[in-house]
Design a protein around this ligand. Structure first.
Ligand SMILES: [Ca+2]
Ligand SMILES: [Ca+2]
Ligand SMILES: [Ca+2]
Length: 238
């Protein structure tokens, strides 16, 4: 049975007893409306969505071994939590093979007046952004072979993505952003930018050391002169 509680910080949480296995993710909202998401050294997995009442909902999801992440809001351990008045999101997942999905589910596109900042920490992380519209977007995935998917994302200001060391995969499909700065660092990295993206401002794409493959980059984006080694057709269909 679920128990619905209203907290002073405008959070609504749903309690149920769950064993601790996939680590703990702490959630809090500053008085300026920034939702802070803080993982631990375990493999944490969460889903962030927007509800039709404009609340942001964070749900715990099972990791690839089926272990559920435990959320923590104040002294409570809910399985999902809803927050009103969120204007920005700051995510730090730390070590472990983490997964974060920020997606439109059945309800609203995830719009934010402020910044969306995501730091996946070390190890092999998965990040999926689908139908998200923040004011600015900064992604960092650090060491580990990470996979980042950006689909139908609209950013008023700048987008910066740094996938760090090791063999990373970055898929960008339908990104509208004021500017774009991609750094893929060491390792054998792969980048797919779909031709449907629109970036009117400055574009900088750096494949880093090691082999960097790219596919389906729109000529209009003008990034062929970057240090990507070769075009590999079919990369975008992986
Ligand atoms: Ca973690
Ligand atoms: Ca991590
Ligand atoms: Ca990496």
């Amino acid at each position: 049975m679920k128990l619905r509680l209203a907290l002073a910080g405008a959070a609504v949480i749903f309690l149920s007893s769950t064993a601790l296995a996939g680590g703990v993710v702490k959630l809090s909202v500053t008085n300026k409306g920034k939702l802070k998401v803080l993982g631990d050294k375990q493999a944490n997995s969460i889903v962030i969505e927007k509800l039709d009442n404009a609340d942001i909902r964070v749900s715990a999801a099972p990791d690839r071994f089926g272990n559920d992440t435990q959320l923590k809001v104040g002294s409570q351990n809910p399985t999902l939590a809803e927050f009103a008045g969120v204007t920005a999101i700051d995510i730090k997942m730390k070590n472990g093979d983490d997964r974060v999905d920020i997606v439109r589910d059945l309800e609203e596109i995830v719009t934010l007046d402020g910044a969306l900042k995501i730091d996946m920490g070390s190890d092999d992380d998965v990040l999926v952004l689908e139908e998200v519209e923040p004011d600015s977007l900064a992604i960092k995935t650090s060491k580990g072979s990470d996979r980042v998917t950006i689909r139908a994302v609209q950013v008023l200001g700048k987008t910066s993505i740094n996938t760090g060391g090791d063999d990373d995969l970055l898929f960008i499909e339908l990104l509208n952003s004021g500017s774009l700065d991609v750094k893929m660092d060491k390792g054998d990295d792969s980048l797919c930018i779909d031709a449907g993206s629109f970036i009117p401002g400055k574009i900088k794409v750096d494949g880093g050391k090691g082999t960097a493959w790219w596919d389906r980059i729109d000529d209009d984006l003008g990034i062929e002169d970057s240090n990507f080694e070769a075009e590999e057709n079919g990369l975008c269909t992986i």
